[in-house]
Design a protein around this ligand. Structure first.
Ligand code: HEC
Length: 164
């Protein structure tokens, strides 16, 4: 018995096409894996923003403000806000086969998105200054303004559904 495959030319073409398709599939899934990582890291960063903003708000109920904790949260928020624009490389939004709420509007209207990110950064900077001055009134005001910056970006650039 002989198992050495003897391929005719049609078979050879078929083998070629199948391996080309597999190769393309592998490239495609490598790209998807990279994309999934980008989106996962971005969502982690946003969860960190959410946790930090909550930790800051939780301080407000106390009779004595813990300025050290507040200062550290404000710094974390400023650092994350300044990094935010880099979490959105082109092709990492909805419509590229990955589960995300990043609306396509981010890349259709990059200036408006950059502006929304910039507003967040300015609010976080102002919050930091209030924390450094131990200025309770300004801190409350800035924290509210920060919250508005989150909401106004979400209403324009965060989609409702999370698929594709
Ligand atoms: C410049 C726009 C912008 C600003 C400002 C912004 N966000 Fe978001 N946020 C987004 C987008 C877009 C997503 C969706 C990301 C995704 O699904 O890939 C998101 C997602 C989130 C998520 C969900 C993360 C997850 O689990 O998937 C949280 C929580 C969040 N943001 C909190 C905040 C808070 C709190 C602030 C303000 C302190 C804020 N964001 C400011 C655009 C913004």
């Amino acid at each position: 018995m002989r198992f050495i495959p003897i391929l005719n030319s049609t078979d050879r073409i078929r083998v070629f096409l199948v391996s080309a398709a597999m190769l393309l599939g592998a490239v495609g899934s490598a790209r998807a894996a990279g994309l999934a990582q980008i989106v996962h890291a971005r969502q982690e960063h946003f969860r960190m923003i959410g946790r930090t903003a909550k930790s800051l708000r939780d301080q407000f109920g106390r009779s004595h403000l813990n300025w050290t904790a507040i200062g550290s949260d404000a710094q974390t928020l400023e650092r994350l806000a300044s990094a935010l624009p880099s979490w959105f490389p082109p092709g990492s939004g909805q419509g590229h086969g990955v589960k995300t709420r990043a609306s396509a509007a981010i890349w259709k209207n990059p200036q408006a998105f950059a502006q929304a990110a910039h507003v967040l950064l300015m609010r976080a900077q102002s919050l930091n200054q209030a924390a450094a001055r131990h200025d309770r009134r300004a801190l409350m005001f800035d924290a509210r303004a920060l919250g508005h910056a989150c909401g106004s970006c979400h209403s324009r650039f965060r989609a409702h559904g999370s698929w594709w």
